[in-house]
Structures are given as C-alpha cells and as structure tokens.
Design a binder for this molecule. Structure first.
Ligand code: ZN
Length: 404
C-alpha cells in the first residue's frame, strides 16, 4: 500500500492554502528567489556541500531514467518526513509521483485499484440535491487533514474541497486509466460554477481565496478532463484571460500584474482547452487572426531563455527547472518550440539532475518532487527517447490525456 501519509516539503508548496495548489512560484517563492539571487554562493557552507553531494561533478550527460525510477518509487512508498509541512497538498504530491512514473514509462509500478480508491475517498459529496443550492463546491480535498466527515444528519458542515486538488485528483485518475464517467461530474461541475466570479476569474474554494489565472486554468482542465463545459462560463473566462496580457506580451496572474511564466502558461493552455485558439491560429496565421497579441507573446517567451540555457519565470530572475515546462509548453502551443535552444536547455536541466534521481529548482540545490515532475515534462517536451510524449495544455502524459 502506498504510504503518502507522512508527506511533503517546501517543494511545490509555495502558494498552498486550503488544500492543493498549482504552484506557480509566485508570492513566497519569488521572495525566496529574490533572496537567493542576492546571495553570493559560499562553497564552504555545509548546506551547499550537502546539496553538491547529490550531483555529478559537474553533471551527467544523460537523462538518468533508472535513477528517476528509483527516486519516484521511493517517494511512492514513503515520502520523507520533511514533506510533513505539505500534508495539505498530499493529492498534488501524489500526482507528481504517479504522473511522473507514467512519463518515465513505469506505470506498471502503480497499484491502480488502490490508488483509484484512495483518490476517490477525497471527493466531497452533498448530502442531497438541495444542498447544491447553498453555493458550495463539491470537488476533491487536498488531503485527509482538510477533510471533515459528515455530521449525524449526514450533512457536510465543513467542505474544503479545492480546485487545484480536484485537478490533481482527476489527473491521477486519468493517468492510471480510471473511467472518469463513474464520477458524479454533474454535481462537481454544477457546484464549480459557484466559484466563478463576475469578472470571469475563479476562486479555488467556496469560502474564498486568491482569484487568478491559476484557478481559471484548473477549472478549464477539469471541464476538459470530464468532457463537459457546463462548469464554467467560457466567454467570461476568456475575457478575464485577455485582460491579463501585459504590455510586454506575457500574462500576469491578475489583470495589470507583471508578466509571469506560470500565469502565461495558464492563460494560453486555458484558451487552447476552451477552444479559443487552435493548432494553427497563432503564429502560422499571423497575429491578426488571433484573439491575443501572439507576436509580442512569442517575443516575451523567447527572451525568457537565459544565457545558461534555462528559462526564467520573470524578467531578471534566475533560470529555474520548472519554467522549462511553463514557458516551453507555451512555445509548443504557439507552434514555436523549434525556436527554443534545445541543446542549451537540456544542458541546463542536466545541471539540476540529482545523481539519486529527481531534479532541483536551481543547479546544485536539493531535488524536490515539484521540480522533478516539471523536469520530466521538460525532457518530454525535448522529446527525450524513452519518455511518454507530453500533452502541453494539460501538463500530463499524452496517452493519459487521451484516455489511453
Ligand atoms: Zn520553479
């Protein structure tokens, strides 16, 4: 039995609230990154010496698939205790492990029935149809610690189900090949409409929270995976997304905010999932046919590849493993991935690869599940032999996204 009960760390944590998160490394993470940027690296510090021992000197020239299998299997069996602070994001961490195993073509290591039952146990359900009128969201909880039982009248008095947890739950079920038609998607989607705001954005949980592009993306991905767009007003969502495109071509997480790699991914992937942009609407047809300024967007994305080969999430920030996916996937969706310097990006990613498996955020830092997963998606984007191909708009293995 997979033990995911001990769990979690700072890895994909940074914006976590109320169970489950799509981490785009915004608030706290960026503060940490700012601090890191200002630091002179001290080769004699114990912390760095420990981190260095996780890497080849200077780095392996190959994607070490067998090492990643060992890393993910270890995480599948028992998460290290420093992940305890991320307990509330347990489903998200499970998604990184299980979908990661699918990327390296080791899906056979997963006990499908055990995982399916475990994920489904986190679903919030109303006591009756009348409860749906109270405005709550009936999705999935992030973990057991955020899941409250029904009272003696079978009424769910504390419902903390969350959009990001719901995205991760459905992603896991898709990856293991569970039939999503067995889920009460009508209840889930009808109640999800309660989370959409007048401006088209979504809050992640019915009791409140940050409202930005991350949760528009979660809602769009949920509708796509369930094959039913009854859970959102697509026109409103589209208008919100368009209002987030900044003067420099990238997208901020909210209208008027600084362009950000994660926000830009959420914007473009959502528009693709909702059908507002297609395979050939953007660069091949010229920006005049697109609902966004795609040439300015292309320019912004390409300028995020830094001299060390990696992608930065914002202007003047350090290259970071996860943005190889967030921005690389946007370039793929724009039909412009041929413009990535793939040799340089691969070299950068390999400097973040631990010799014990997994990837770190920066070169010579300790690996974590969040950056490991987006390292695998990035190598899939680079068409590494032996990896499952990527569905860029869902951030999942293509075959899983296709229901295979
Ligand atoms: Zn990152």
């Amino acid at each position: 039995m997979t033990d995911l009960s001990h769990t979690e760390e700072e890895a994909m944590s940074e914006t976590a609230e109320h169970g489950g998160t799509i981490d785009l490394e915004r608030s706290k993470a960026e503060d940490e990154e700012d601090d890191y940027d200002d630091d002179e690296e001290d080769d004699t510090s114990p912390e760095l010496t420990t981190a260095q021992s996780f890497f080849w000197p200077p780095s392996s020239a190959n994607f070490e698939k067998d090492r990643h299998l060992v890393y993910l299997q270890m995480m599948y069996e028992l998460l290290p205790d420093h992940y305890q602070s991320q307990e509330i994001n347990r489903l998200t961490l499970a998604h990184f492990i299980i979908s990661g195993l699918h990327f390296i073509r080791a899906r056979d290591r997963i006990d499908k029935d055990v995982i399916a039952n475990w994920v489904l146990s986190f679903q919030a359900l109303p006591s009756n149809r009348a409860a749906l009128k109270k405005g709550e969201f009936y999705g999935f909880y992030g973990s057991r610690s955020s899941q409250f039982p029904v009272d003696e009248d079978r009424v769910l008095t504390h419902n903390n189900s969350h959009l990001a947890s719901t995205y991760c739950a459905l992603a896991i079920l898709k990856v293991i090949g569970h039939d999503l038609s067995t889920i009460d998607s009508e209840t889930l989607l009808l109640s999800m409409k309660n989370l959409q705001q007048d401006d088209g954005s979504f809050m992640p949980i019915h009791t409140g929270g940050e409202m930005d592009l991350r949760f528009v993306y979660c809602a769009a991905a949920i509708c796509d995976m369930l094959g039913d767009w009854g859970g959102m007003d697509k026109e409103k969502a589209k208008n919100y997304i368009l209002n987030c495109q900044s003067y420099d071509g990238g997208f901020g997480l909210i209208p008027g905010s600084e362009s950000h790699g994660g926000g830009t991914y959420c914007a473009i992937a959502s528009l693709r999932l909702m059908g507002f942009i297609g395979d050939d609407d953007l660069l091949s047809n010229g920006s005049g046919h697109s609902i966004i300024d795609s040439s300015l967007l292309l320019n912004w994305c390409l300028q995020r590849q830094a001299s060390d080969g990696g992608f930065q999430g914002r202007t003047n920030k350090r290259s970071d493993t996860c943005y190889a996916f967030w921005i690389g996937a946007v370039l793929k969706l724009l039909g412009a991935d041929a413009l990535i310097d793939k040799v340089a990006l691969r070299q950068f990613l390999l400097t973040c690869q631990s010799k014990y498996g997994g990837f770190s955020k920066f070169p010579r830092a300790l690996p974590d599940l969040y950056h490991s997963y987006y390292g695998y998606t990035a190598f899939s984007l680079l068409e590494e032999p032996g990896l499952s191909p990527l569905c860029p708009e869902l951030g999942l293995p293509l075959l899983a996204a296709s229901g295979i």
